[in-house]
Design a binder for this molecule. Structure first.
Ligand code: SF4
Length: 305
């Protein structure tokens, strides 16, 4: 019978998501209707809420009327898309997370210096699609991809998608270093603090809980990685959009449940999950793991300053 719920203190909005959502709200307030390229962050509830306030989410910028404001999502976009938006006479506002922008700048720098680039990431993810526009690069997703890689001799460097943790990339990095003795790592790891903190916290939960629920949308890369982290530690884990997706059969034989959420998840969704479980089980102890403050904030996109 469930007795305890332990919350990850590192859950919910990261600084990049906070900034992107605030940018959309600010634009709506200043300009009325605004167009947003792709989901501003990968969370269904956030997107619905912003739609109700006046945001229009599009996947093809040809749909945007000339002279409209167009916001680029936190995942970043390619320079080609930025150019296209200027050609269409749109007014772009770049809400790309500064940590993703850092990878874009690194990619351009390394390419200019004559490096061959390898990107560790997920094919088709919005961030990967954007980053691959900044320089020619080869995407690897698995160790098997590394084995098949053929690179000409010369300087090689790898970069990584920000929503993969050090654990997620370590086998691929090991395989790359084994295959290419001269390969260089980025000067500073591309992994973002929020991704790492949220995964480290799941590892702590995994030592104390029999099941971990992760609140997040199915298309949220960082939320899915949290589920994988728990499973890597032998703990069953499920990704749920909100309280309606809780299957109470999962909680049979669980005395301590871990609860966390991805970096694009509003806190009210975690509260709703918590309320649904506590109202079903009655008197349960609920507490947070200890945390050190993340203290990271990003300035608004310069177009809004
Ligand atoms: S998860 Fe990290 S890289 Fe992604 S938006 Fe948040 S702070 Fe930026």
């Amino acid at each position: 019978m469930l007795q305890e719920i332990i919350l990850s203190p590192f859950r919910g909005f990261c600084a990049g998501v906070d900034r992107a959502i605030f940018a959309v709200e600010e634009c709506i307030e200043r300009f009325g209707t605004v167009y947003v390229n792709h989901q501003i962050v990968h969370n269904t509830h956030v997107v619905r809420d912003l739609e109700s306030k006046g945001a229009v989410f599009i996947e093809d910028i040809a749909e945007v009327p000339t002279g409209s404001y167009l916001i680029f999502s936190a995942h970043g976009v390619s320079p080609q898309l930025k150019e296209q938006s200027r050609n269409f006479k749109l007014l772009p506002i770049d809400a790309t997370c500064p940590l993703v922008t850092k990878v874009h700048i690194e990619a351009q720098d390394y390419f200019r210096k004559g490096y061959s680039l390898i990107l560790i990431g997920h094919a088709g993810h919005q961030e990967t699609l954007g980053t691959m526009g900044y320089a020619p690069m080869t995407l690897v997703q698995t160790v098997e991809d590394v084995e098949k890689l053929e690179m000409h001799n010369g300087k090689i460097v790898y970069l990584t998608q920000t929503t993969l943790s050090l654990d997620d990339t370590k086998d691929i990095v090991f395989a790359l270093k084994k295959k290419f003795s001269n390969i260089e790592s980025p000067k500073v790891e591309d992994i973002c603090y929020a991704t790492q903190n949220r995964q480290d916290s799941v590892k702590e939960l995994a030592e104390r809980c029999q099941l971990i629920l992760v609140v997040g949308s199915q298309n949220s890369s960082n939320s899915k990685r949290l589920v994988e982290t728990a499973k890597r530690f032998g703990i069953p884990s499920y990704l749920i959009e909100d309280e309606s997706e809780i299957n109470f059969d999962w909680l049979e034989n669980v005395t301590t449940l871990g609860l966390t959420s991805g970096a694009s998840v509003p806190e009210f969704l975690v509260k709703n999950v918590l309320n649904a479980i506590t109202s079903c089980f009655g008197n349960i102890s609920v507490h947070n793991l200890e945390r050190i403050d993340e203290k990271i904030e990003f300035a608004l996109p310069r177009e809004l300053n």
